[in-house]
Ligand binder design. Sequence first.
Ligand SMILES: [Mn+2]
Length: 309
Amino acid sequence: MVDMKIWTGRVDAAEGEAAKRWHQAVQAMPENGAPGIAIIGFACDEGVRRNQGRVGAAAGPQALRKALANLAYHPTLPLYDAGDVVCADSDLAAAQRRLGERVAQVIAAGHLPLVLGGGHETAYGHWLGLSAAHPDKRIGVVNFDAHFDLREAPEATSGTPFAQIAADCARHGRVFRYLCLGVAETANTQALFDTARRLGAEWRLDTDMNGWQLADIRGQLAEFLDSVDVVYLTIDLDVLPAAQMPAVSAPAGYGVDIAVVEALAGRIAKSGKLAGADLVEFNPAFDIDSHGAKAAARLAWSLSRHLRR
Ligand SMILES: [Mn+2]
């Protein structure tokens, strides 16, 4: 059962049907609904804890729903809430498997999964669902992130998901296509750049992700999109400047402006190739007057506006 109580907010009844907000548009995931956007929460910060980060992202999904609830509703695909997958114990692998199953379910029902993390360990669970749903497709991973998250570690963390995806691809004879946008040299050791090179990853540094470089970035993104069948879009909110996104484990001293992230994510949503999207690492414990919640909700809202089926 999906708990819909969080979806409340202002009601502008005097202004009629067109005055709706998200809380009036989002429905509990139905058995048989028209193709839409299915919100799945991944209430988990076990990956962040293992990665020696600041925990609290498990509270992200509910905080983000709350921030989305009062945003003005403009026509989108139908919006569904498919509930949360919870990592209640420290069994991260089991929680990631459950997330993968939920993602595969909503895709089988004809919907697009929009996953609200959780730490970036969300990505490996999301990938399990996407790869099961698209066994014969070339899946490109576009990650907006200050970090490669390609760590080699004895156990899975929020810093390992794309190394796990690469290993999964190698095991199953799939091509690993990974574009990481917003990488900070200050936050990734040379060893991680070496790993990225070895795995054939593509990236752009945060310093190459400014508004005046947008034409160039769009060209690189278009080439990447052309080279794959479907795209998994993952937005680590720590890609944003700390002033725009204080509510993460690792706020960015430089960061990529939200206007650039939104423009590029919109391109991906409009490409017709988007198979699933997530926003991760939102940690309401470190928010300042809901600034981070508003920025994160804005990105989720804008993705929904650009999606066409
Ligand atoms: Mn990350």
